[in-house]
Design a protein. Sequence first.
Length: 82
Amino acid sequence: MPALLAAMATARVTHALCIGVNLPDWPRVHALAVTYPNLYATVGVHPDGQDTTEPTVDMLVALAARPKVVAIGETGLDYYRL
């Protein structure tokens, strides 16, 4: 992370978004956002993840209320795949 944050600073990138694409890995995504002042997180599930838990709306809203979560994304609403 130090090298990545240094590269961001060199490129004058002041903030970054850590994208949550599945629920099992989401705590690690959120931990990055909470640990570093210029990182933020999303919560969601990518529609291509066949073996991942499908979140409920209540679950997404609850996770989105956590500190430094700024968006709900990758919610798997690609209905054409059905």
